[in-house]
Design a protein around this ligand. Sequence first.
Ligand SMILES: [Zn+2]
Length: 512
Amino acid sequence: MDKLETALQKYFDYDSFRLGQREIIEDILAKKHVFATLPTGSGKSLCYQLPAYMLDGVVLVVTPLLSLMEDQIRQLKKRGFKQVVAINSFKTASERALIFNDLSTYKLIYLSPEMLQKKIIKQKLSQLTIALFVIDEAHCISQWGHEFRPDYLKLNEIIDQLGQPTVLALTATATSDVQQDIVNHFDTIQFNKHIYPVDRDNIAFMVQNVNNRVDKDKFLIDLFTKLTVPTIIYFSSKKESERVALLLSEKFNQLSIAFYHGDLDTNERLLIQEQFIEDQINIICSTSAFGMGVDKQNVRLVIHYHLPTQIESFIQEVGRAGRDQLESVSIALIAPGDKQLPLKLILNELPPVDILELITTHMNQTNQEWIQIVPSMITDIWGLNETQWRFIKNFFEETGILIDEDKINIKKITPMLRRDFIRKVEERNRYKLRKLNELFEWIDTKDCRREQLFKDFQTSVRSAKYHCCDRCGFEVEQWSPESVVRKQTASSWSDQLKSVLLPFKVGGIDNG
Ligand SMILES: [Zn+2]
């Protein structure tokens, strides 16, 4: 056993590295910058967590995924690693102040990109020795990435300010264009590239066309009458995830079924995740909120009751099946009109084009030049959600209208600027629609679904280890997976679970 394996065994209790991990970690320890694409579920986080134990200095991880941060910290603490902390909007100002006091005692610090823009944080970080700067979800740098985060564009500058530590840029799904975009963005950094394929040869793909929601429900009921395997069903609507969870619970007494979405509190969510991992819950009806950081090996089936808004998200969600490399299946249920819901989601992500007029009208009443923005203005007066506000804020920053994070100069919002803004919103909208169309073209494809799904992400796609796809002749009837029976719940768990599942038992969900 060499030094790295010894460390892996000592800190994580694993016997061997997964694909790519060793090569990436060796480069990092040799102070080489690394750009890596590793598929979902392949152990991306270990690539910086193990170095955090081994390096002198701090490992900084920038990630937009707040729940993933919290999950990873919980898991690390469970393993006995206490020198880890997250700085994000979940923390109150006083909690943050406490963290800042002890900042030098941490080995691994998770940060949201928004937090990293704050002066006080930059100043505190500059006093530390940063051994490794990790850019998680690196595709957020690219305009053409599926989740562009304007704040990611400023990472370059921050890396310089921190004295150019070793950089690790990681992503699970980036097309070759996006990969190039990421590397180009950091023009002063020479990356060693580790690109691993994202395709999954153990998952069979199928699309089931149905007439309506009733048929989707019926399909699920028929399917679960025949098989019981660990399953995630994805929805775009919280209400629908609850409705179907209730419906299936009523039909299948012997199965344990839960819904999962952003309205549940952290404890409920953690509980459901644990239960699912332990096979105490069979089926999760969830929004896209579920899956990040849930390390479950034997998910056999991922069903899309609704589709996400782009292929990258679809690949990530499907990729939660079959991490144990055994045969697994992806089923997308499609009814006429199914494009409407993702269309609505896309529209909801972009600010209304006339928002600048609303903002100037509102601000003009105060008669001041620089006006401080408070959160209630954003949500209550302007009616914006977080994503919409992020878009506007970035535009304001780029055009010098916003300074010190929250002061805007109303006089600078000229008619010309308003036109620029509208052009920007429209451009983004077109891009999003194009991404959505890609996904629907995939739904309609007559060719092999596996090849079509992964073709933009890698030069060649492996052939299927088990079944391939419906276009290549796969039917779900051919699939006979081993049943996973529900495990007995420990009493304390069971009591806690009741509180989560209670709505099912009493049928008290308001379906509106
Ligand atoms: Zn095929």
